[in-house]
Design a binder for this molecule. Sequence first.
Ligand SMILES: NC(=O)c1ccc[n+]([C@@H]2O[C@H](COP(=O)([O-])OP(=O)(O)OC[C@H]3O[C@@H](n4cnc5c(N)ncnc54)[C@H](OP(=O)(O)O)[C@@H]3O)[C@@H](O)[C@H]2O)c1
Length: 286
Amino acid sequence: MPVKQSSLKDAALAGKIDIGDLKVNRLGFGAMRLLGDYAWGRPRDGQHVNRVLHRVVELGINFIDTADSYGPEVDELLISQALYPYPPDLVIATKGGLVRPRRAAWISNGHPDHLRRALEGSLQRLRLDRIDLYQLHAPDPNVPFLESVGALADLQRVGKIRHIGLSNVTVAQLEAARSIAPIVSVQNEYNLRNKTSEDVLSACERLGIAFLPWYPLGGKRGLKAQKIKEVASRLGLSHAALSLAWLLAKSPVMLPIPGTRSIDHLEDNVLAAAQNLGPKELHDLG
Ligand SMILES: NC(=O)c1ccc[n+]([C@@H]2O[C@H](COP(=O)([O-])OP(=O)(O)OC[C@H]3O[C@@H](n4cnc5c(N)ncnc54)[C@H](OP(=O)(O)O)[C@@H]3O)[C@@H](O)[C@H]2O)c1
């Protein structure tokens, strides 16, 4: 009996996207949630986190997003402990440029010295000689933006970074960064509720680079608009799977990175890769 399309679970069904010279399935995984709220400290159940990360890979996801500030440092360690030696096609994207002196603090540090040290720490924790995608987590208002990007360009030149990405930037910052370094991706907040980065998404489309929407499911608050409920129930999908299917349909450069600590939710999210929303659904979702 043919398998119903909507019951297929494999991130490869979302198609592929280029991260520079690398190709990954167009549905990734955001690893920050493995740590729970605030992304602070070690998870209560390390064995469970291991199982989630193994299931991520089994489901065909070959792009995992993390950052040195998640934990801090813990998230990268969990990934290497669970998955090293890595599957050959797995791309681990990490970020530097934010520090966490305490649980509720996320403080920018885009000084070149800090970024060089941060990158060395990520290489060690992830047990890599080179980071496939290293993203500046956010511009630092106290450091000229191009000094931060320039530091990453230097690290790319010496072979410690394969590709450079940006996060939490404007179109003007993206353009400025591109004048001194090849940029392959941007990671900004974007979902059915918050489309303020529409201009950045359009710029990524124009440039043919990946756009990684963070909070693709609206973060911990979730996305609960009535229109999402209606379309989801019509299609027999969860809000989460529909929200991800909408992102995938919205743009060919979209690479969602939903986060979860639950294997059931992870499997539900991967169902989005098999969906193909039509014009009516896209219209109804706005
Ligand atoms: N660049 C930045 O500044 C920045 C900022 C924030 C996040 N990020 C990145 O973006 C990734 C995604 O963001 P996020 O994880 O904060 O938010 P998200 O993916 O929008 O949502 C995660 C939340 O949704 C729940 N969830 C996941 N799948 C679900 C499902 N199928 N049904 C019901 N609930 C579900 C999760 O809870 P359960 O664990 O219970 O499933 C969690 O509370 C992060 O992991 C991180 O890598 C980047």
